[in-house]
Design a protein around this ligand. Structure first.
Ligand code: ADP
Ligand code: ZN
Ligand code: MG
Length: 483
């Protein structure tokens, strides 16, 4: 049987950080006492009328611009009817056939649509542990009801659980940097559902999908999709078929429980919301949304790759967080023409990240004691072979611990590279004398045995000699003696 390929599309709900709700003046809040941010509109008293929040439209337009979407000149709101205690109106105001935004992209993933809607209230199920009047109950907190949401729907362009999680992270960083949402998964201001199917690799047709609901961290998102892909693969390889259903992922035991199957799915009886006017963004609103965009992670990753020659994963590590990006760019600038940005990038993501981890704190490069100018000077010294690679690491450890100027640390600790080749040659000769067995093995063709002699020299020179140079000198001297 042909190998099975994963096909994944994501639906992301982003709570907008407006001051007030989508269709009324109630304040947005998280964690307040239940039901203090309510009014006749969001509690659906008879006769009230909704009014669209202009700030929510502006924020949604910023998201649309960041995702390179086309904006509909005129879209409308629909009523999505369903009966559940989290919706006092018994419908959610959403968008249906004409969404505010469509046909966009972020990185390699196409955006199908992005539309505005309102959030439901929060239901709290009080089970065995908290019985009320002797039985279990459901409580409703209407504070969240009516919070503005943008729902973003991707095309099924993702091909693995890891890719889905890393793309979702990129989306979160993008929205965070727009400043239109808190994008906090734990608090539910960013919620991601995964749509998952498998198909024979190379096939163009889509298989039957299942939907994984509400995974509240990127780790769970990745593990949930992984588990569901494994389930589907096993099922299909055994000759079975995937049933279209909605599943809940339980991270504690990696189990997947069906929530509801499509056959019992609601018919939402969408119809146009008669109490609201059409959504017609003005030229000014569109312009403002475009012009307010900062340089976003995807564009920065692209720039680092194309203009600075960075590898994709290094570019992503540096470009995603704006503070890290600024740190890297400043360091590259200070390092000057003699040092390629690629080399600086590798120091920031490699040596510096390792040194910071070693130091035990959780400070990133930008919050560390290592000033961009200091790192730049250090990288330049290593590049120019004024100090060895291993001395470079030692200086970096000192910089991480106490900050300061690398040249001063090199002086203070006597780390300047041994530049006198005569001095190094005699240390190498002594090292060969002191390790006759290793020298014999190297001469006999066992290249690995050279490590013992190199280590000896390193120790003698306290790491102040260049590794490549040491190797070269040892080989030259052994060859000379053999010949
Ligand atoms: P539904 O009608 O069930 O909501 P949609 O066509 O609106 O399905 O798609 C919802 C999400 O599911 C989108 O992100 C889309 O990319 C994704 N999707 C659709 N079909 C598939 C499939 N066969 N496999 C994986 N993802 C899919
Ligand atoms: Zn209200
Ligand atoms: Mg859908």
């Amino acid at each position: 049987m042909a190998e099975l390929e994963a096909v994944i599309g994501l639906e992301i709900h982003v709570q907008l950080a407006t001051r007030t709700k989508m269709f009324c003046g109630c304040e947005l809040s998280f964690g307040d006492e239940p039901n203090v941010h309510t009014c006749p509109v969001c509690l659906a008293h008879p006769g009230v009328l909704p009014v669209t929040n202009e700030q929510a439209i502006r924020y949604a337009l910023q998201i649309a611009a960041a995702l390179e979407c086309e904006v509909a000149p005129r879209s409308i709101f629909h009523r999505k009817n369903y009966f559940y205690p989290d919706s006092p109106k018994a419908y959610q105001i959403s968008q249906y056939d004409v969404p505010l935004a469509s046909n966009g992209r972020l990185g390699d993933v196409r955006i199908h649509r992005a539309h505005l809607e309102e959030d439901a209230a929060k239901t709290i199920h009080v089970g065995d542990s908290g019985r009320i009047h002797g039985s279990s109950a459901s409580l409703v907190d209407f504070n969240r009801g009516g919070t503005p949401l943008v729902e973003i729907v991707t095309e099924p362009d993702l091909r693995s659980a890891a890719e889905a999680a890393s793309w979702a992270r990129l989306l979160r960083e993008t929205v965070r940097q727009l400043g239109v949402s808190d994008v906090n998964m734990e608090e539910g201001s960013l919620r991601v559902d995964g749509n998952i199917s498998v198909r024979p690799a190379g096939s163009e047709e889509l298989g039957t999908k299942t939907e994984l609901k509400n995974m509240n961290s990127f780790r769970f998102l990745e593990r949930g999709i992984e588990a569901e892909l494994a389930r589907q693969r096993e099922l299909v390889e055994a000759g079975g078929t995937v049933a279209q259903e909605t599943l809940h992922f339980n991270p504690s035991d990696a189990s997947l429980t069906p929530l509801r199957s499509k056959e019992e799915a609601h018919d939402y009886r969408y119809f146009p919301e008669p109490d609201l006017v059409s959504l017609v963004p003005t030229e000014e609103m569109l312009r403002e949304a475009r012009e307010s965009l900062p340089e976003l992670p995807a564009a920065r990753i692209e720039r680092y790759r194309k203009q600075m020659g960075l590898a994709e994963d290094t570019a992503a590590l540096l470009a995603t967080d704006p503070a890290t990006a600024a740190y890297f760019e400043q360091t590259a600038k200070e390092a000057g023409k003699g040092v390629e940005p690629r080399v600086v990038a590798n120091w920031v993501t490699g040596e510096l990240a390792a040194a910071l981890r070693q130091d035990g704190g959780d400070a990133g490069a930008a919050e560390s004691k290592v000033e961009p100018a200091a790192l730049a000077a250090l990288v330049a010294m290593v590049q120019e072979k004024k100090i060895s690679n291993s001395s470079g690491k030692a200086v970096l450890a000192t910089l991480v611990a106490e900050g300061g100027d690398p040249a001063a640390i090199v002086d203070r600790e006597g780390l300047a590279q041994i530049s006198d080749s005569g001095e190094l040659e005699s240390i190498v000769a002594a090292a060969i004398e002191a390790n006759p067995d290793a020298a014999e093995q190297v001469r006999a063709g066992n290249r690995k045995a050279i490590g013992a002699i190199v280590g000896f020299v390193m120790k003698q020179t306290k790491g102040r000699a260049d590794g490549g140079e040491i190797n070269r000198l040892i080989e030259a001297q052994l060859d000379a003696r053999a010949g």
